[in-house]
Design a binder for this molecule. Structure first.
Ligand code: KG4
Ligand code: ZN
Length: 409
């Protein structure tokens, strides 16, 4: 049905451009299996090329890592190994699609934890060889950036802010494999910062937070806090670029926690009475730091004519993008600059197999990055997104106009 007879095994790792061609309106939509194992979620999904999710399955390791106080790579690897067959089988069963019906298998190969990426790649390698399928290696951050296009029409170019436990970056998406990196974190990602603050405050002991990630716990408790009680400085105020420093936020918060513990004569590991106010202040500072860097990225793109006149768009994705307070703070910036703000629903902001399958669909449609074997494909724990133009952004020295980034708690 998909012309497998033209699929030459003798030429490993050649781009299979022809897979993108010869489609007619009567041809049934092609089907892609996506597999994600780059961090602590084992995900799989089957999509058709219109973006319809036919079946999916996700196994989260978050509860295990919450108990150990962070991801231990060997534990993550073991859990991926224990679950990957079941997760992929479940996605296939739910979709009612047999492996023989798949047009391709897409799998995250970069960036991420080496041991975790290895599990997905080895599994996918065995799968595509067994079923004689083309393989599409996926860049995890590209997949995050493009997921929104599965849900609604978003034309290139658009600006994207990715904020998660492992990443924070601002990029201009110009095509499915064409990104300009405007800025990224110099130390840690905002989700990581919030997870660490939550751990330092022992939020897991709070009855409302026992099964929540650090970021979720902070969002929940901040609703009952006063962000003005602890006023942390938004870092890098004198750096007129689009890079982030969330460790700069964390250091200030830790100092305030130590001071409060001393004042209250409390040992580390117990819940402080002012915990709601501290997390409200933390969330606000993470939000305003993120919003300011994003504001500069928008002004840079507008000054250079990099965004379209019609419907210029900011897409926000990654686990932290599900934070309502952060979204609303970003909305102040997009309203002021005339951009449309798009945040996919939380389910699509966090890691899953669907986003990988969708990236596979986009590549399949354009005939880009489709390879015949996995044997030559290596995983890459570190893989920058696109072309780094952050120096150009810094050299532009864009000062931000005053904008009140304060929303109701
Ligand atoms: O995208 P994701 O599932 O995994 C990666 O890091 O790639 O993001 C997880 C991160 C965690 O650090 C978690 O604390 C944070 O996203 N997060 C949140 C919220 N929900 C998840 N941070 C702030 N507010 C939230 N509601
Ligand atoms: Zn992610």
């Amino acid at each position: 049905m998909f012309g497998w007879n033209r699929f030459h095994k003798s030429k490993p790792c050649v781009l299979l451009q022809h897979l993108a061609t010869r489609r007619t309106s009567s041809t049934p939509p092609r089907l892609v299996l996506g597999i994600e194992t780059s961090c602590d979620e084992t995900g799989a999904a089957v999509l058709d090329e219109t973006g319809r999710i036919l079946g999916e399955s996700l196994h989260s390791q978050k509860e295990v890592h919450l108990k150990t106080g962070g991801i231990i790579p060997t534990v993550a690897q073991r859990l991926h190994e224990e679950n990957i067959s079941r997760v992929v089988q479940e996605a296939l069963d739910r979709s009612g699609v047999a492996p023989s019906e798949l047009a391709a298998v897409a799998t995250t190969v970069k960036p991420g934890l080496a041991l975790s990426l290895g599990v997905g790649l080895r599994f996918a390698g065995r799968f595509v060889k067994l079923h004689d399928k083309p393989f599409i290696p996926i860049h995890h951050m590209e997949a995050h950036a493009l997921t929104v296009r599965m849900l609604q029409r978003v034309d290139f170019p658009f600006l994207v802010l990715l904020v998660s436990g492992g990443h924070s970056l601002l990029a201009l998406a110009r095509g499915i494999d064409d990104f300009l990196l405007l800025g990224q974190t110099l130390d840690e990602a905002p989700g990581d910062t919030m997870d660490k603050v939550a751990r330092r405050l022992s939020l897991i002991k709070h009855p409302k937070c026992s099964v929540l990630s650090g970021g979720q716990a902070i969002e929940v408790l901040a609703r009952e806090g006063d962000r003005l009680k602890f006023q942390f400085r938004s870092p890098m105020g004198q750096h007129y670029d689009c890079n982030f420093s969330f460790a700069g936020v964390r250091n200030q918060v830790t100092t305030a926690i130590i001071k409060k513990e001393k004042e209250e004569g409390m040992e580390q590991g117990r819940l402080l009475s002012c915990v709601h106010d501290i997390v409200a202040g933390t969330q606000h500072t993470v939000a305003s730091h993120t919003a300011k860097r994003t504001h500069r990225a928008i002004l840079f793109c507008q000054a250079r004519g990099l965004l379209p006149r019609d419907d210029p768009t900011l897409v926000v994705s990654g686990g932290v993008a599900s934070n309502e307070y952060i979204r609303e703070t970003l909305r102040i910036v997009t309203d002021a600059t005339g951009l449309r703000l798009l945040c996919p629903p939380a389910k699509f902001c966090t890691d899953n197999g669907v986003m990988i399958a969708w990236n596979g669909v986009e590549r399949l449609k354009e005939g880009k990055g489709i390879v015949s074997f996995t044997q030559d494909v290596q995983y890459e724990p570190k893989a920058p997104l696109g072309r780094d133009i952050s120096t150009e952004v810094r050299d532009a020295q864009i000062k931000l106009p005053l904008l009140k980034l304060k929303i109701k708690n």
